[in-house]
Ligand binder design. Structure first.
Ligand SMILES: Nc1nc2c(ncn2[C@@H]2O[C@H](COP(=O)(O)OP(=O)(O)OP(=O)(O)O)[C@@H](O)[C@H]2O)c(=O)[nH]1
Ligand SMILES: [Mg+2]
Length: 349
């Protein structure tokens, strides 16, 4: 996961560090010589045993330790062009890449760094910037329990996204995730359009042991959601997960159908399901669904086959909505609660 990004960012940061090391060699040598002279004049004391450690003289080491570096505006321009390319290659949207570079500039240009720390400092700065870009996810179980306590009503979650993005699989995974946390669940088979979609959800329901409410193919998804909510109210079920047919974000009439489901079922949470591998496409899809029904949160699927990782940054930044889960495979347990810290670590920062 995110291997490509990790390798690239590492070589970019170490290149700056290497360039800077070359540049400061002379200063180091001078500092080392000065330390040597001071020792000779008995003005400083250096334990003999540390001299020559790791093949370097102690004086060389002193030089390295005390030499500081600065990255000028001009130098940053060059490095930032490389960083921009790297981010774009890794599915980070253009203006998100620009925002990252702008923030990084503020943090590192004309700052004084210890030479040995420059690579780490740059990575640390990037890590903070990326963590700030991502919205802190909330705990769905907590939200479900809050609604139960306040209103004694089921918490309704509506899922949307384009064809094949992983909606139905993710619903099954989330149902299992909730079940494991002692939350009762009912599923609504709101995709009445695609052949075999109802059976697909029913099969998931049987396997994980949750009830599925369904009508016939071609029937109104809003009324299926409504029935599932009524079933939950009558049977004290805490969460209702509504599946919907995949639809292209450009199909206006299908987006209107989503609006109707939203109006009728009044979901507490509307989740957009996008594929982690699709980059800017996922951002555009999410924006279109957001315009039509107002998205509250995001799940990115297929992160297991994503080498890059930039989609999370772009979609999080553009929509200003949290990513709640990452889908990491086809099985039910292949879902991870999104963790900002873990995410930046995986990017190699
Ligand atoms: N590798 C991987 N595959 C996934 C993941 N999530 C879903 N899939 C696969 O993606 C394919 C499509 O998943 P579905 O859940 O049917 O997608 P959908 O959005 O419901 O599709 P439609 O109902 O046709 O719109 C299936 O083969 C899933 O097994 C994931 O996190 N990782
Ligand atoms: Mg489906």
């Amino acid at each position: 996961m995110f291997k490509f990004f990790k390798e690239k960012i590492k070589s970019w940061a170490s290149k700056i560090s290497k360039d800077k090391k070359e540049e400061t060699k002379e200063i180091e040598e001078k500092s080392g010589k000065r330390a040597k002279k001071l020792k000779k004049e008995k003005k400083i004391q250096i334990p003999e045993e540390v001299e020559g450690e790791e093949g370097k003289s102690f004086f060389q080491k002193i030089g390295e330790k005390i030499s500081k570096i600065r990255i000028s505006d001009k130098e940053f321009e060059i490095y930032s062009e490389e960083l921009k390319m790297l981010l774009l290659e890794n599915n980070v949207a253009f203006h998100v890449a620009e925002k990252i570079i702008g923030d990084l500039k503020k943090k590192i240009v004309n700052q004084e760094f210890l030479k040995k720390e420059v690579e780490e400092q740059i990575k640390e700065a990037l890590k903070d910037i990326i963590e700030d870009i991502l919205i802190e996810p909330f705990d769905v179980v907590k939200k479900i329990m809050e609604k139960k306590e306040k209103k004694n009503e089921p918490y309704v979650i509506l899922f949307c996204g384009i064809n094949g993005s992983g909606k139905t699989t993710t619903i099954a995974k989330i149902a299992e995730h909730l079940k494991k946390r002692y939350v009762s669940v009912v599923l609504a088979a709101g995709d009445t359009f695609r052949a075999a979609s109802i059976e697909q959800l029913q099969k998931h329901g049987e396997r994980i042991g949750v009830k599925v409410i369904s009508h016939d193919y071609g029937s109104d998804p809003a009324s299926i959601g409504f029935d599932a909510i009524n079933y939950a109210k009558k049977n004290n079920v805490e969460a209702v997960l509504i599946d919907t047919a995949g639809r292209m974000h450009t199909a206006k009439n299908l987006l209107r159908e989503m609006e109707k489901i939203t109006r009728v079922c009044k979901p507490d949470l509307k989740i957009f399901i996008g594929e982690s591998i699709t980059g800017n496409d996922a951002v555009q899809q999410a924006e279109a669904f957001n315009e039509a029904i107002g998205i509250d949160a995001i799940v990115l699927t297929k992160a297991d086959i994503d080498e890059k990782g930039g989609t999370s940054l772009s979609i999080g930044y553009v929509l200003r909505k949290p990513i709640l889960f990452l889908g990491t495979g086809q099985e039910y347990d292949k879902i991870e609660v999104f963790d900002k810290k873990k995410f930046v670590e995986r990017l190699g920062l």
